[in-house]
Design a protein around this ligand. Sequence first.
Ligand SMILES: [Zn+2]
Ligand SMILES: [Zn+2]
Length: 299
Amino acid sequence: MKQRLFNLIPPLTVAAVLLFWANAPKAWIDAEWTLLVVIFAVLGFVQLLEYFAERHEGWRLDKTEFFTDLFYVALGTTAISWLTETLADTPVLAAKTALGIATPWITELPFLVQAAMVLLLFESGQYWMHRLMHNHSWFWAAHAPHHHITQLNAMKGYVGNPIELFLISLGVVALFDWDKEALFAAISVGSTVAIYAHANVRADPPIWYSFFFTTIRNHSLHHTALSYEDTRCNYGNSLILLDRIFGTYKEGESTVVGQDERKRLSIPEQWAFPFQPMLDRIKARRTASTPTASGPGPA
Ligand SMILES: [Zn+2]
Ligand SMILES: [Zn+2]
């Protein structure tokens, strides 16, 4: 009974986030920091749950894991979000104005309908980008550092190579005229679900939630250490519904997560990862041209 109630915590958090945006005063909706405060509040809350109701002892945070994760949350909410705004959203908005695209009918729609549309639109982009990353070697090289994490925790969704973090944040949401509260509600709900989908929390939400939203069960399977091939399922960052629709859904859970003999990468290794083959080639060439005692060369 107690566990069944506990399983409701992720859906209740999503409901609380929606209620917040539906009722937030206009000044809060217009303030730039409100969205960040909501996401940090959810992160803090889920980390408390990890502390009091952990799913696996082997996923418990130590100092290195905690500070690495914190670094990526800071990176994601500053540099990466600035890059997305500057290199993607601003040009999309400029194109929208230049082409005279206007969608005033959207603000006539109810709050929940708008929020659902934003989430579906954004998540569809994420789904196909994520699937591409598991199907193309160059994209995989950028995404692989996210799969080299050897444990799952609330902030782990933010961990990855910066190229991947930028690519996965791209979308066409800026082409439409949404009510701000619906747009922020969708971003907050997507983040909340993704935070729970990476969190070491012993909550398994009921099917009326897990049919639509990604849970730790299905996302841990996506992170399985079994083989690269076995990770090619459950791509939906927050909408597992897309995997059900496009045939990539797989039922199950994995406790052992990671890639390539479960080697944990440091931050410099995560950043260098896509360029590693190139760096290795340069190193090999240098070693080959360096004269050695036994090899040819001036004495
Ligand atoms: Zn993946
Ligand atoms: Zn993940």
